[in-house]
Write a protein that binds this ligand. Structure first.
Ligand SMILES: [Zn+2]
Length: 280
């Protein structure tokens, strides 16, 4: 009997490993991603070995059970990731194999904005507040908690997207900021829904985000809802997928009512649309 057989199939990259004791399949979906995208690794047919372990650029994946002999993990690559082929080291029992992650090139749109100078240059007090809030958020992204998400993620509103993730904004011809979220159109007071089951880890006013809600879905996955007019939840509440968490507004640095919807996957800001598209 052959010890090892590796197959690559299109459209998804599928690796089949067969040994006398065990046969399993490892699949990365989607087969090609863009910088800032979320992807899944699904391993099926595990008979004897325990849960798999995988690493990409020193970051560990958190595998969840998806049925008998099935494990799934979510990962994301940073928006600044250079196009190319990356190696994910997968360990299963005593076996180790490399999975290929294909990151293709994308030209993100550029937006030129002119704003009053006092909206661009912050006062020393505001600067301190922004730094304090950034530190606090960093601590939140590092929280290790149990999995709460169940099934696919959803968009919090059914409206159109106004500014996509990754848009490069050049403010007053000098300051460059990359948009690390998805802006969705919305009317003041419109209901904003939880993208998936999760625990409220923040529900308060931030300098840039205004009234902000952060949901911890477990295993390093968070969703962020900004510029809300009001909250419908409080910290520590556990909400189910589709539950109303707040209402559209224009609080914080916002030029009109809309929702800034963000996603963090293992401390990486990722495109929420890519997360929502995954069939989980
Ligand atoms: Zn935004």
């Amino acid at each position: 009997m052959k010890i090892k057989l590796t197959l690559s199939l299109l459209p998804s990259i599928l690796v089949v490993f067969i040994t006398c004791a065990d046969a399993f399949q490892a699949k990365i979906l989607p087969s090609e991603i863009r910088p800032g995208d979320v992807f899944s690794i699904k391993i099926t047919g595990i008979k004897t070995a325990g849960p798999p372990a995988a690493v990409l650029k020193n970051k560990q994946f958190n595998f969840n059970s998806c049925g008998e002999g099935c494990f799934i993990a979510l990962g994301a690559v940073d928006v600044e990731t250079r196009p190319g082929i990356y190696r994910i080291k997968l360990h299963l029992g005593k076996k180790m194999l490399n999975l290929k992650l294909v990151v293709r090139r994308i030209n993100f749109p550029t937006l030129f904005l002119t704003l009053p100078e006092d909206k661009v240059t912050l006062s020393p007090e505001d600067m301190k507040r922004v730094e304090r809030e950034a530190e606090r958020l960093k601590t939140i992204w590092k929280t290790a908690s149990d999995r709460l998400w169940e099934g696919s993620f959803m968009l919090p509103l059914e409206n159109d997207i106004s500014t996509i993730f990754g848009t490069k904004r050049i403010i007053n011809r000098k300051k460059i900021s990359i948009h690390k979220g998805t802006d969705m159109r919305g009317k003041e007071g419109e209901e904003v829904k939880a993208s998936n089951r999760g625990r409220v880890v923040l529900a308060e006013e931030l300098f840039f985000g205004g009234n902000t809600i952060i949901l911890d879905h477990g295993h390093g996955i968070f969703t962020i809802y900004m510029h809300l007019s009001a909250f419908n939840v409080k910290p520590e509440d556990v909400v189910s997928r589709g539950e109303i968490v707040g209402f559209v507004g224009s609080t914080g640095r916002s030029s009109g009512p809309h929702l800034h919807f963000g996603v963090k996957v293992t401390e990486t800001s990722a495109d929420p649309v890519s997360l929502v598209k995954l069939k989980l």
